[in-house]
Design a protein around this ligand. Structure first.
Ligand SMILES: Cc1cc2nc3c(=O)[nH]c(=O)nc-3n(C[C@H](O)[C@H](O)[C@H](O)COP(=O)(O)OP(=O)(O)OC[C@H]3O[C@@H](n4cnc5c(N)ncnc54)[C@H](O)[C@@H]3O)c2cc1C
Length: 452
């Protein structure tokens, strides 16, 4: 098949961009190296859009949360990633969490079954010299291509660390010690109101655990890795433990709102597990990303009450995460200024997170599709979640201190001073929704939620 556009990387962003272009009638070649004998340090399968760590797309609340608003905007634009996520969601309070295997299988099926997409399992080692191209190779871009990108952009690619949390088989968890509950009993509509497994700790157990984290055997960094920062939302637990004895109790081990049915009280600290697959057989340790060595993880995590016999489906790990200096390198449509036939999409642009990566893939797909049709579309307004992300990546952020960021209301234009603090979140989302509707009309795209 003759193709109109080449997309490199079949992750969250590349799959979404391919879908948007193909649905608009364009012929797409999608190159994905997994499945050709290549693998990244974090992926485990050949499936497209594999979620490498958590199984959560975070909050689905479109009234008070920026990422929830982003979900809604993506649904309105007919996002493949959100469609498949909605299809295989698992209980997780107000979060959109999914069965990661069914999710990736669903995306792969949709992409391989689309008549306008040719999926080629191949590794690309250089930026194509000509022809419309989208680079969506993610934070773990294969080294040769990463070096070519660094050479072409004339600046070193930047980097930070992202970590992975362990996953446990449910039948190895002692439910005589643990119990199921959501914080403040706020469950999701999909579940029974008791979405998390909670492992309680008393003070002595907690302090011993923190000490174990501080002294546990850790993976050593190479010299070049030592100055690389962590992404704040994904800080390893042992790094948090080093910051102070109480840090974890005010972070991922927070006990508030979790009544232990055996004592009628909140425990001193808690380790929470979240369902990881639709069958409910696998549960991940919430906020427990770590760079402890595997043997040290098994030894220490089995000291957690209820996990003495835990069997781990996967242990935690830490990976380098690469991105480009987008605010200076890209134009307002994610084109590389120096070589405008090339666009970048996904985490490599310096957004952070599954949802944001897919969202940027979606937007890049729309921009590239319009260009193939010989027209251009207005960017989404800055008070929408998509527009806020776009502005941050391609212009809003200071190029020197540019760091990956999740979507958040801090990227939106501020609310007028007379909007009361309590009403601000709703204010942001109401304003964004109205603006987004106007933008859809302006660019002539039908609202997929209204149409459904
Ligand atoms: C270790 C780690 C943990 C993370 N944990 C989370 C998390 O829990 N939650 C969250 O929201 N985000 C997380 N992220 C951040 C980010 O959201 C994900 O990495 C997300 O998958 C990024 O989407 P993407 O499409 O940009 O890249 P990816 O999903 O990684 O897709 C890129 C694809 O390109 C392919 N590829 C790479 N180089 C080449 C090449 N030269 N030729 C052909 N194909 C190539 C890869 O095989 C991959 O399939 C994590 C990132 C890392 C590195």
């Amino acid at each position: 098949m003759m193709t109109d556009i080449h997309i490199i990387g079949g992750g969250l962003a590349g799959s979404e961009a391919a879908w948007q272009l193909a649905e608009a009638g364009h012929k797409v070649r999608l190159s994905e190296m997994r499945g050709s004998g290549e693998m990244t340090p974090a992926h485990e399968t050949d499936a497209l859009a594999e979620m490498v760590c958590s199984n959560s797309f975070r909050s689905d609340d479109a009234n008070s949360n920026a990422v929830g608003l982003l979900h809604q905007e993506m649904r309105r634009l007919g996002s493949l990633i959100l469609r498949e996520a909605d299809r295989v969601r698992v209980p997780a309070g107000s979060a959109l969490a999914v069965d990661r295997t069914l999710f990736a299988e669903g995306v792969t099926r949709a992409i391989t079954g689309h008549p306008n997409i040719t999926l080629v399992r191949e590794r690309i080692d250089a930026l194509p010299e000509s022809g419309p191209t989208i680079i969506a190779t993610g934070p773990l871009t294969a080294m040769t291509l990463a070096q070519d990108i660094a050479g072409t952009t004339g600046s070193d690619a930047l980097a930070f660390f992202d970590a992975i949390a362990p996953i446990i088989h449910i039948d190895s968890i002692d439910m005589d010690i643990c119990w199921k509950a959501s914080r403040w009993d706020k469950g999701s509509p999909e579940g029974d109101g008791r979405d998390y497994i909670n492992c309680p700790m008393d003070r002595e157990q907690y302090e011993a655990f923190v000490a174990g984290l501080r002294t546990g055997d850790k993976t050593e960094f190479k010299q070049w890795e030592k100055d690389t920062p962590y992404f704040d939302g994904c800080m390893p637990i042992e790094v948090m433990a080093d910051r102070g004895l109480e840090t974890l109790r005010f972070g991922p081990m927070k006990p508030v709102g979790l009544d232990n049915p055996r004592t009628g009280r909140w425990p001193y600290a808690v380790v929470q597990l979240r369902q990881d697959n639709a069958l409910g057989t696998l549960w991940n340790m919430v906020g427990f990303q770590t760079k402890l060595k595997h043997a040290a993880q098994v030894e220490l995590f089995r000291t957690i009450p209820g996990l003495a016999n835990a069997q781990f489906a996967r242990l935690g790990g830490l990976h380098r995460n690469t991105f480009i200096r987008s605010p200076v390198l890209l134009d307002g449509e994610f084109r590389l200024k120096a070589r405008p036939h090339i666009r970048f999409a996904g985490q490599i642009t310096g957004c952070e997170g599954y949802v944001e990566s897919a969202a940027v893939g979606l937007l890049v797909g729309l921009f590239a599709g319009a260009e193939l049709d010989g027209r251009s579309i207005a960017p989404p307004p800055g008070d929408t979640a998509l527009g806020a992300l776009l502005s941050h990546i391609t212009g809003g952020a200071d190029a020197e201190s540019y760091q990956p960021m999740n979507v958040n209301f801090g990227l939106f234009p501020p609310m007028p001073d007379d909007v009361r603090k309590k009403q601000r979140k709703q204010g942001y989302t109401d304003r964004g929704r109205a603006s987004f509707g106007g933008w859809l009309d302006q660019i002539g795209v039908r609202d997929a939620i209204v149409a459904a």
